[in-house]
Design a protein around this ligand. Sequence first.
Ligand SMILES: *[C@@H]1O[C@H](CO)[C@@H](O)[C@H](O)[C@H]1NC(C)=O
Ligand SMILES: *[C@@H]1O[C@H](CO)[C@@H](O)[C@H](O)[C@H]1NC(C)=O
Ligand SMILES: *[C@@H]1O[C@H](CO)[C@@H](O)[C@H](O)[C@H]1NC(C)=O
Ligand SMILES: [Zn+2]
Length: 302
Amino acid sequence: MFSIGYCCLLALCGCTLAYIEIPEAYLTAIRQDRADEQAAGEYNYDEQGDDWTGTCQSGENQSPIDLIYEDSKIVAIPRLRFNYYDQALQTPLVITNNGHTANMVIPQTRGGQRPSINGSLLPGNFEVQSVHFHWGSRETKGSEHAINFQRYDVEMHIVHKNTIYDTMGEATMHPDGLAVLGVMFRAVDRQTSQHYGLNKIFNQLPRIVQYGSNATITGRLTVGQLLGNIVTGEFFTYNGSLTTPDCAEAVTWTVFPDVLDYPRRQIAKLWNLRDSRQKPLIDNYRSIQDTNNRDVYYRTIQ
Ligand SMILES: *[C@@H]1O[C@H](CO)[C@@H](O)[C@H](O)[C@H]1NC(C)=O
Ligand SMILES: *[C@@H]1O[C@H](CO)[C@@H](O)[C@H](O)[C@H]1NC(C)=O
Ligand SMILES: *[C@@H]1O[C@H](CO)[C@@H](O)[C@H](O)[C@H]1NC(C)=O
Ligand SMILES: [Zn+2]
């Protein structure tokens, strides 16, 4: 079946694959994301990041950290606002194995808007840029943050950029540059609820096993669908860093304690990916960093 966005060149040139046209603006965003990824240089998770240098080693506001309810400041925090999170994104969506994670650059909505977040303690309005995952292996848990000393099977990061900065590169140079949402997944054996949006992404993972490969997703997907049905009214928020080199201290983190139950057979698709050395891409999480007396806030609904 061919839908809008597909054009079959079979008759024209004898190609054996349907050709999917990708909007120029989205291609530019993907190219920029790859350039940013390359600028971060070669790194791996052989020592969970303990061998990374520069700010990763010298920084005092690093991520991830242990998020502990008893140690956090429970204060009145405005709710987090999700703008255009319920709007269908332009298609196709491109998901890539960049050797460190499965990464999806997020295009505009079909209405030409950029989904964004504001409110909470966020210092501005932050537009969604990309989504990626951190995971363990068949034997290990791979979330980056720990919540009350507990780590989970997968942590999804939805990365946003402050609208006052033009590029991700510029945003990483400012403490108010980025806002990342962290969502924990628990692998469950039973078949659970739809998780329609996540399934669309995870169903493509077998096609991006090799480093550098990409796959496309078509059909209706919203950023909001990635959150499943977790409670977004309660969260931890604190000032931290990127969890990959150069570990720029530019991130206002929001991590939800409500966990998304997701089938183990879907999560297992992450464990099959391979890195640039042809090794299994597993345990791609950074070790827990010192909190260094930073304030961690907790928003509660009551
Ligand atoms: C959040 O963004 C929306 C839409 O851009 C805007 O209407 C609203 O005033 C903003 N709220 C805050 C608290 O910044
Ligand atoms: C996806 O991968 C194919 C094959 O490696 C490549 O030709 C194509 O340019 C890639 N597409 C994007 C959007 O990067
Ligand atoms: C982050 O740091 C800024 C500047 O020090 C501060 O105003 C803000 O409240 C902090 N935000 C959080 C969530 O800790
Ligand atoms: Zn991440």
